[in-house]
Design a protein around this ligand. Sequence first.
Ligand code: IMP
Length: 182
Amino acid sequence: MEFFNTVNVKDKTFEQYIGKYELNSIITDMAHRINHDYRNCSNHNPLIIIGVLNGSFMFLADLVKMLNIKCEIHFIKVSSYSGIHSTGKVTEILGLTRNITNQNVLIVEDIVDTGLTVRELYHQLILKKPFTLDICTLLYKKVNCKVDLNIKYVCKEIEDKFVIGYGLDYDNLGRNLDMIYS
Ligand code: IMP
């Protein structure tokens, strides 16, 4: 039996954690910040947004609809997770065909947990000599973060909870949920 604010995924029951109204509010605030900070981007010098698949697709889609700056949207894939425990291992970056040298680049993540994934990604992308390179994440488990990395754009800091929905998965299930459950 499922109550309106819980959802069963595989062997676990998840409770509503961040509702649609709050998601819309924190993403709108983030879009305003990005619009302001990258207001000088142009057709010749657009913001290169790099979404990290699979988890970021829903956040990124809602975020970019509210951007009024010139931007390009690209996706890459890395892998570091299995089940509910981070393995801390990042495999190669797949799918980046855009040359980012001398460009303003923004990495868009669903969640930063230990930070190992995004640090590895950051270090690999910085070798390509972008003009600026920053990180935007929907959720940030700051208490778990093991790396010394400035995450400039954080929509919301959360406690050490395993969350699903709005792109985030539990063994690939739950990404389609339209809000966050824990
Ligand atoms: P990190 O390397 O520990 O920061 O983990 C980053 C990646 O692990 C994210 O991009 C997610 O794919 C996944 N992840 C971390 N925490 C969660 C969670 O609570 N739910 C679902 N996936 C998570």
